[in-house]
Design a protein around this ligand. Structure first.
Ligand SMILES: [Zn+2]
Length: 111
């Protein structure tokens, strides 16, 4: 099954909606890629964690047939940057002082 990030309203989140990504490394258990976005439909801010092993370059992109050959290298490059720009997540996670909120976010990412 192909993983996709979706807003609560059901809109799929694509690369253009993403405001921030990060990398959440855990010592035990799976690591997560963190994505903060603004939904293109309902304009709400949201954030989601995607398990590292479920993350793939196409996750933030429309199905390949909608990507023009000119765009493809650019999108590919963005995908790689997304996962390696891993610095900001920890600062963001610090603000999630409520542990329950973090766990909910991780649960949400599993769906
Ligand atoms: Zn939405």
């Amino acid at each position: 099954m192909k993983t996709a990030i979706k807003c609560n309203c059901g809109q799929r989140i694509l690369a253009r909606d993403v405001m921030q990504t990060g990398y959440y490394l855990r010592l035990i258990g799976p690591s997560f890629v963190y994505v903060k976005y603004r939904c293109s439909r309902c304009k709400k801010l949201g954030e989601q964690f995607v398990k590292q092993e479920e993350w793939e370059d196409g996750i933030l992109h429309d199905i390949p047939s909608e990507v023009t050959p000119e765009d493809k290298p650019r999108f590919d490059a963005m995908g790689k940057i997304d996962i390696h720009e891993c610095i900001d997540a920890h600062f963001e996670l610090d603000r999630m002082s409520n542990m329950r909120e973090l766990l909910d976010a991780i649960e949400e990412a599993k769906k």
